[in-house]
Design a protein around this ligand. Structure first.
Ligand code: IYR
Length: 230
């Protein structure tokens, strides 16, 4: 039976009682430390295995991503999952074409220099090797059934948050990913035949790391560098 304090009405809209797990201070310290240590093991990996991954894993990580907060809860995102080998090949070819132009003409010397230690170049074999490509699209606006346009809010922030959740869910599954940003990304809208209210935001290959996967030996900033107490 519904108790009277299970919900309240604000401006006629139902607000349900929130249940939150509360921990002791010692438990909070231990949980936050463990979470940090687990998250700190995540790496952007460029060497993928072609081993298949259950379809349901991909559905679950996208469900996790889609729990992210968003402006006015509009959830202005679409996650396109590409498994089809021909489509992956098409995406790889188009991405590499853009990347070749970027690396040879569009990126500044300073930028190219800043990337040197990461070992990246215009070749993106992982776009074909990884069993899945998740192409994230942002939706700056919606068109309703009467053809009326409705703006979404804080679209970049919202979709960025959803991608963060997605990356964390992939890590939790024991799989790896990489935030690939071919630029410009318009070719993805064309290849995947997306509606005109969608813009490509990020491309994430998902899969197991290759048996011998190497990552650059880089460090995160120290806490002292990133925290300011007031
Ligand atoms: N989009 C290119 C270049 C690139 C840019 C940045 I900033 C990186 O951190 C890594 C790569 C590419 O994907 O290779």
């Amino acid at each position: 039976m519904m108790k009277t304090d299970d919900y309240i009405l604000i401006d006629g809209h139902k607000h349900i009682r929130h249940q939150q797990d509360i921990f002791s201070e010692d438990e909070m310290i231990s949980r936050s430390k463990k979470y940090y240590e687990w998250l700190n093991k995540r790496r952007s990996v460029r060497h993928f295995s072609d081993k298949s991954v259950p379809f349901e894993v991909i559905e679950n990580i996208i469900k996790a991503a889609s729990t992210a907060p968003s402006g006015a809860n509009k959830q202005p995102w679409t996650f396109c999952v590409v498994k089809n080998a021909q489509l992956k090949k098409k995406i790889r070819e188009a991405a590499e074409e853009e990347e070749r132009k970027s690396y040879s003409e569009r990126m500044s010397d300073e930028w190219l220099n800043d990337l040197k230690h990461l070992g990246t170049d215009a070749n993106k074999p992982f776009l074909e090797t990884a069993p899945y490509l998740v192409v994230v699209f942002k939706r700056p606006f919606e068109i309703d059934k009467n053809g009326i346009k409705h703006q979404n809010y804080y679209v970049n922030e919202s979709v960025g948050l959803a991608c963060g959740f997605l990356i964390s869910a992939i890590h939790n599954t024991g799989l790896v990913t990489l935030t690939h940003t071919p630029s410009p990304m318009r070719f993805l809208e064309k290849i995947l035949k997306r509606p005109n209210n969608e813009r490509a935001f990020l491309l994430l290959p998902v899969g197991y790391p290759a048996e011998k996967a190497y990552v650059p030996d880089i460090q995160k900033k120290t806490l002292q560098e990133v925290i300011k107490w007031y």
